[in-house]
Design a protein around this ligand. Structure first.
Ligand SMILES: [Zn+2]
Length: 320
């Protein structure tokens, strides 16, 4: 089978490898699509200095079950699934535990992005957004949009979305934001204060991975409110004004999950919402590339041209 291996910064190479063998509790999945994740961009763009390379990255996988082991309960050949793998997703096949496969229903396979969905579901669950809450989402990229969509399922009052990119804010408004704020042109804390009667947001999410947004969380959240860190804060130190956050009695949620059972629980919830049409992702997938053009998929994710939200790599066009 063909697999794309990140050889050096900005350079994938294709290898021919044997189709993976599966254990009793596993399934062999023919990959239909794999999303490009922000967490992979540091490796691709060279920020990490080529450490850990070569490596077969790719973990936002969906596809069709081709074969199952004798103990892979509840799965059958032909099942369409979103799967959780840690790497090797930009390939024609993956071997995966049956417990890490989730049905996609009638959702097109390239939209069945179970892993980022798991992150956003777990962030919103842990944040405990309640009916009628005022919510701020800083960052209107793919993860911010996902968080926004899930927050909206909880029945908030205001959903205020801030970003530095006008095109991203247009999308956030289309998705249902009650107010958008173009950072640099309008002061977010003032907008939030005005809409909440001077109180501040009940829950604020940061989904950018940059320092400025982290700092802004504390300026828009009410006393005893919840601040949620969703962004991927790697590649440099970050600081938070802990004395102020401590005085404000914030609940601080680090929405970065490493425990496999937690990830799988979030993925199960997310895929239930997706497969039942309670949630839709098709409007966020703006860029699509065949496996042979994986370099272009990463370049687009890195450069984020106007209108960009999320790139997927389609491994087998016939399946997606
Ligand atoms: Zn990811």
């Amino acid at each position: 089978m063909r697999i794309a291996v990140l050889d050096a910064p900005q350079r994938f190479r294709f290898e021919d490898r044997p189709v993976p063998t599966i254990g009793d509790g596993q399934a062999l999945v023919r990959v239909a699509a794999c999303g490009v994740c922000t967490s992979e961009l540091h490796m691709w763009d060279g920020t990490t200095g080529g450490r850990g390379l070569p490596r077969a990255i790719g973990h936002e996988v969906s596809g069709v079950v081709e074969r199952v082991g004798s103990a892979a309960d509840g799965l059958r050949a032909g099942d369409r699934v979103a799967v959780w793998v840690t790497e090797g997703g930009f390939a024609e096949h993956v071997a995966v535990d049956a417990a890490a496969c989730f049905p996609t229903g009638d959702v097109p396979l390239e939209q069945a992005l179970g892993e980022p969905l798991a992150c956003a579901v777990n962030a919103v669950e842990l944040a405990g957004v309640a009916l009628g809450d005022d919510v701020v989402v800083i960052g209107a990229g793919f993860m911010g949009n996902l968080v926004q969509k899930l927050v909206q399922l909880r029945g908030p009052r205001h959903v205020i979305v801030a970003d530095t990119r006008p095109d991203a804010l247009e999308r956030a408004a289309r998705l249902g934001a009650t107010r958008t704020v173009l950072v640099g042109h309008e002061p977010l804390p003032e907008v939030v204060a005005e809409l909440t009667g001077g109180r501040g947001a009940d829950v604020s999410f940061e989904a950018t991975g940059v320092q400025a947004a982290l700092t802004a969380l504390g300026e828009v959240t009410r006393m005893s409110g919840t601040v949620v860190i969703v962004g991927y804060h790697q590649g440099g130190e970050r600081t938070i004004p802990l004395a102020a956050w401590n005085w404000m009695a914030f609940t601080i949620v680090n929405a970065h999950f490493r425990e496999v059972p937690t990830i799988l629980r979030g993925m199960r919830t997310g895929m239930r919402l997706l497969a039942s049409d309670r949630l839709e992702l098709g409007d966020l997938l703006t860029h699509r590339f065949p496996l042979a053009d994986i370099d272009r998929a990463f370049r687009a994710s890195h450069e984020k041209p106007p209108g960009f939200c999320k790139a997927t790599v389609v491994v087998d066009g016939a399946l997606a």
